[in-house]
Design a protein around this ligand. Structure first.
Ligand code: HEM
Ligand SMILES: *[C@@H]1O[C@H](CO)[C@@H](O)[C@H](O)[C@H]1NC(C)=O
Ligand SMILES: *[C@@H]1O[C@H](CO)[C@@H](O)[C@H](O)[C@H]1NC(C)=O
Ligand SMILES: *[C@@H]1O[C@H](CO)[C@@H](O)[C@H](O)[C@H]1NC(C)=O
Ligand SMILES: *[C@@H]1O[C@H](CO)[C@@H](O)[C@H](O)[C@H]1NC(C)=O
Length: 350
């Protein structure tokens, strides 16, 4: 008897062990930054196993039509996470609301719609089990890899917040910041100088409006390539012009390390970018990323995983929104704001 139950126990242990080994081997890379309680590398494994494939294949189609949505989605992720944590607060409607604040200038509405489209697709497939906050993170991760950047895993399991923060948008660093203030702003959230230089490398694609860099055109503070200044001055007849310039003059639509090569040539668009090459605390890091793309990609992936865990809501905190732009009125269940939303919610539970 003892040996039989011994065999049974050993067998079931082996099966459990084998499955857990398979699971972690398939989705957990060898060395990743630590993750906070409540998040995991395979959070939706049982209740939405095709989540990541669905998101990636939809975004492939979106970026084929409009590659500008990739940088737009990466920026939405940063602005969500840095204000009240990665809680989807930037997606919420309201008057006033978070997304319309000055620091969120240029947030692209079509990219916000893409997050909602992803939610709709995923909820049709799996029910209302995936949060908008997680979709923001997944979309940003895919925006990077689909435009040439690193592929990496992100931990999932965030819940959506019930509120947004208008004041919190003041914590977003302005483009006029020099390196000292930039490092302070990020250090307050436990980001190192390497993290800051790597995250700034997000400006390797996308665009900026005249008002955000106009002060740099004829300034003497941080160096600017005179050819770039001349071009920008043509693009921007006044600071209030609605025109835009590309963030990366070399490869504006690719996620690569050319941003750092630009900085070494005084072709950074913002003061916050260019000063990284003047400040002794960051110049060496810029050089290391400019000369080795893999070093940049690895640091970028680590910093994004860190950013994606700022003040997250997990477990019983928060909710899973039935629509990314509106908080559900009751925390635990039925959406009662409208008949349409109630229908969606019920479908989620079938
Ligand atoms: C380090 C401090 C940062 C400052 C001062 C800053 C500032 C800005 C500003 C002013 C714009 C132009 C928006 C517009 O006019 O439309 C912009 C664009 C952008 N930012 Fe940043 N940013 C910073 C960090 C980050 C981080 C950490 C990320 C993501 C990881 C990011 C991703 C982007 C992207 C991808 C764009 C282009 C958006 C588009 O094309 O729609 N930025 N940033
Ligand atoms: C936002 O900040 C302003 C100025 O710092 C303050 O007067 C106001 O009470 C704050 N509002 C909220 C909702 O915290
Ligand atoms: C700060 O970051 C370091 C290095 O990434 C990490 O080991 C540490 O746990 C973090 N501390 C907090 C309070 O988040
Ligand atoms: C910058 O300076 C140049 C040369 O002095 C001038 O032609 C140009 O209009 C100035 N641009 C801005 C935006 O002030
Ligand atoms: C300035 O514009 C010209 C003409 O579009 C372009 O060939 C050149 O690469 C630009 N230079 C910089 C530094 O932006």
């Amino acid at each position: 008897m003892a040996s039989v139950s011994g065999i049974v126990t050993t067998t079931s242990f082996c099966i459990l062990f084998f499955i857990s080994c398979l699971l972690s081997a398939s989705s957990e890379p060898l060395e990743r930054p630590p993750i906070v309680d409540g998040l995991s590398w395979n959070f939706y494994l049982t209740n939405c196993p095709r989540l990541e494939r669905t998101v990636t294949s939809h975004l492939q189609k979106v970026f084929k039509q409009d590659s500008g949505q990739a940088p737009a989605l990466l920026r939405i992720f940063f602005h969500d996470c840095f204000v009240q944590g990665c809680d989807g607060s930037i997606l919420l409607d309201g008057s006033p609301n978070e997304k319309d604040q000055a620091a969120n200038i240029g947030i692209r509405p079509e990219a916000l719609q893409t997050i909602e489209d992803l939610r709709s697709l995923v909820h049709k497939q799996c029910g209302r089990v995936v949060s908008c906050a997680d979709l923001v993170v997944l979309a940003a991760r895919d925006a990077v890899s689909l435009l040439g950047g690193p592929k990496f895993a992100v931990p999932l399991g965030r819940k959506d917040g019930l509120t947004f923060s208008i004041n919190g948008t003041r914590n977003l660093p302005p483009p006029s910041f020099r390196t000292g203030k930039l490092l302070d702003t990020f250090a307050a959230r436990n980001f190192s100088a390497t993290d800051v230089v790597a995250l700034s490398g997000a400006h390797t694609f996308g665009r900026a409006h005249c008002s955000t860099f106009f002060n740099r055109i004829n300034q003497t503070g941080t160096p600017i390539d005179p050819f770039l200044a001349k071009n920008l001055s043509k693009t921007c007849p006044t600071s209030q012009s609605s025109n835009t310039a590309v963030l990366d003059v070399r490869t504006p639509n690719v996620f690569d390390n050319k941003y750092y090569v630009n900085l070494a040539n005084s072709q950074g668009l913002f003061t916050s970018d260019q000063d990284l090459f003047s400040d002794s605390r960051t110049k060496g890091i810029v050089n290391s990323f400019a000369s080795d793309q893999k070093v940049f990609f690895d640091s970028f992936a680590d910093a994004v995983v860190k950013l994606s865990q700022l003040d997250v809501l997990t477990g019983k905190q928060g909710q899973i929104r039935a629509k990314c732009s509106v908080a559900n009125t009751k925390k635990e269940g039925l959406v009662v704001t409208s008949v349409v939303e109630e229908d969606m919610d019920l479908r989620g539970h079938i």
